[in-house]
Design a protein around this ligand. Structure first.
Ligand code: ADP
Ligand code: MG
Length: 330
């Protein structure tokens, strides 16, 4: 490891530099390469969950297309830059309308986290995309395609980035751990993969932060560092939810553990969800509980309260138990 790299975040250090380094998105890359090689790159919209390689793919694409001309041919704006209507009218327009004397081919504007742009700015962008379409291509990047106004969506070829394959993550994460001299348990990598749900950024972050704070990466240091309940703690919570018939006593126990260990309800929910899927129970009771979990998660997305939602979770288990009794009756 070079000294310069010593303090670099592993995320940046291990960001894919070329198309070959990008994992799990082969179909997209094959398509993009076909466009590039036939000089017919369209405007593009990359969308999908975080940490799946959207930014890395367009940077690798730009590197492939421009090499040393990268700086003069690419305008890259992300959420930390101001992207109101003035930026669209001035900065982007200036870039598009300036002639590049020595370079040939189309220029590229990358608008990362484009869902943060106001609709007015998106509308202004539509005109600019049309006007400079012979000389400039746009790549818009966001998590949800529907945050982009339809008029822009329809001008772009859409690429959906899905979560990474577990086997790809396993291999890359293992390589990073070895190159960085991390002492790790194999199971700990599995835990990181399960907690991250296909988000490579999250995997690398957990690996690095657990290593830096605990020295070695084991299942329990991973749970500890991410603030997630361990398997034993989850079993305990499941027991309370399943066995405790008194509502307020169940509430007190879970609430106490949550407070003492600093768990977030959303992390507990995810683990309950995983356990429920494989659990043997009546169809109606399972369907009921899964639907409730989805409702509670939805509440959270809009800022619902932890403790009220904890009550809702406990209540759902109580009703689920009633349903199971009814379904078991002859
Ligand atoms: N498909 C991928 N292949 C390899 N590494 C990836 C991939 N996706 C994400 N990463 C890792 O996660 C980090 C963030 O990736 P990025 O391309 O910024 O994701 P996104 O833009 O989809 O949120 C990168 O530095 C890289 O280390
Ligand atoms: Mg990104």
């Amino acid at each position: 490891m070079a000294n310069d790299d010593a303090n670099l975040m592993w995320l940046e250090k291990y960001r894919p530099k070329t198309f070959n380094d990008v994992l799990s998105q082969q179909d997209i890359i094959v398509t993009i390469l076909r466009f590039v090689n036939s000089n017919s790159l369209p405007h593009m919209l990359f969308y999908g969950p975080p940490g799946t390689g959207k930014t890395s793919t367009i940077l690798a694409c730009a590197e492939h297309m421009y090499g040393t001309n990268f700086k003069s041919m690419v305008l890259e704006l992300n959420a930390s830059d101001d992207r109101g209507i003035d930026v669209v009218r001035n900065e982007i327009k200036d870039f598009c309308s300036t002639q590049r004397i020595f370079a040939t081919g189309v220029k590229l504007v990358i608008l990362d986290e484009a869902d943060a742009m106001t609709s007015a700015a998106q509308m202004a962008l539509r005109r600019i995309m049309e006007k400079y379409t012979t000389s400039t291509r746009f790549c818009l990047i966001c998590n949800y395609a529907n945050k982009i106004i339809p008029a822009l969506q329809s001008r772009c070829t859409r690429f959906r980035f899905g979560p990474l394959k577990e086997e790809d993550i396993r291999l890359r994460l293992g390589q990073i751990a070895e190159r960085e001299g991390v002492v790790f348990e194999k199971d700990a990598l599995e835990t990181i993969i399960q907690l991250s749900q296909g988000d490579m950024r999250s995997c690398i972050n957990i690996l690095q932060s657990t290593f830096l704070s605990s020295g070695k990466v084991t299942c329990s240091t991973v749970y500890e560092n991410t603030g997630n309940p361990s398997n034993e703690e989850m079993e305990q919570i499941m027991d309370w939810l399943n066995e405790e018939d008194d509502f307020s006593s169940c509430y007190d126990k879970v609430k106490k553990m949550k407070a003492e260990r600093g768990f977030a309800l959303i992390d507990i929910l995810r683990q309950i969800h995983k356990r429920l899927l494989t659990r043997n129970m009546s169809r109606r009771a399972k369907a009921y509980l899964l639907e409730k979990l989805a409702d509670i998660e939805h509440q959270f997305a809009f800022g619902g309260s932890e403790l009220l939602n904890l009550c809702s979770l406990i209540g759902s288990f109580q009703i689920m138990k009633t349903l199971e009794v009814l379904d078991a009756a002859p």
